[in-house]
Design a protein around this ligand. Sequence first.
Ligand code: CA
Ligand code: CA
Ligand code: CA
Length: 472
Amino acid sequence: MKRCFGLLAVVLSLAVVSIAADAPADDAPQADAQRVADEKNASAAAKTAQAAIEKTNPKHLPAFPGAEGFGALATGGRGGAIVHVTNLSDSGPGSFRDAVSQPNRVVIFDVGGVIKLAKEVNVSSNITILGQTAPGEGICFYNNSVSLGGQSNIIVRYLRFRQGIAGDRGKKALGMDKSSNIIIDHCSVEWGRWDDIGITVGSTTITVQNCIMAEGIHPQSFGALIDTVTNVTLSHNLWMSNESRNPKAKGTIQYINNVVYNWLITGLCGGHSGANHSLDVINNYFIKGPSSNNQFAGQFTKTDHVYQRGNLVDLDRDGKLNGQPVTEAGFSDKGGSPTFVKERGMHPAIPVTEDSAEAAYAKVAADAGCSLHRDAVDLRLISELTSLGLKGKILAHTDDKGEALAGGLGEIKGGTAAMDDDHDGIPADWEKVHGLDPKNPADAAKLDASGYMNIEVYANSLVAPASAMTTK
Ligand SMILES: [Ca+2]
Ligand SMILES: [Ca+2]
Ligand SMILES: [Ca+2]
């Protein structure tokens, strides 16, 4: 009997996929036994992740100044080897794929530009990837996806993940499946085929902050599936011109200071399943665009336990930011309503610095994504956001066009790396000013008094406010 039910569920879920892009397989109710097993596994994964943090980072040093939320205590490759990406090749010596193929590394970039991926890249555990070290306009991964699946303890900053129509149909531009202790900061995640970003079954203890998740393409055009996870923080992100799932939130998830713009069917989506979900929705801004209906939140049911306060919604498309407070009724649609709770559910060791919804909008517009040097694609997206209802579009489901419908990738300038005689990744001029030896390649890997490696102190200085910089 159970087997029959299982088969039926598979047939039903396949049917759901084929019916409509807005009703993917994960909307189908899970079998109860599977749900209980998934919840138990997720809870065990969270405990394991916490124990790993206490072992590797007992002093709770943030991954970098400004790291917040559940993933903020990742140590990445701290203490390991510094590995240079020296070319834009798909594979081989000096490539990104080769650099992340082994654990315990801090990966820096001697080149900037587009890295065209022939197939998905699988990143190893205990890795720090410092995209802000790239010269010129930085790095963009294109034509395929990057996966952190099955891995733990990873820091990723200032990179562009643009899968594009050449990528695998069932993959996210940036995927985390059974992943833990990860922080993704200031990345642009766009043109994903299944979703832009995924944090899926069994994943735990993860932050995605200051990122852009935009313009999902055929066949799904969705922002993110966050599915059967524990302790995930999503803060100060821009979600725009995705049909739905900004994200779809299934698990225990903090959703703070996000901006959602130009959804088509639904903005923020509930879990809408038999499992219990917990979602803290705090000080976000939902702004209707040219493609949007009024359903800025939806797909909730009674198993979704929602704490909400300080959220604003602007539905008048008048080119001005003048939203109204979100009420509980705003979370309801014809499918149901969540269960509202009075207290926030989640308290990570390093909490998110909470801005008002208006201040979050200003920060996101100025700073979200790979923003050390915003490229043409992100500049266009931000110009659409700041039109406040007048500009922006969902990319149509046209098999062979994908991102071409948005004008394509354009140029990302490679630039020239600063003088670095000892080739330790820290420019000679910076070493002189900060008491390091520009003729000694060993000092970049040493730990500074602050607890970070010197290469991290340098990389942090490229993007941190002066008050957050540490020097010897
Ligand atoms: Ca308005
Ligand atoms: Ca140097
Ligand atoms: Ca040196």
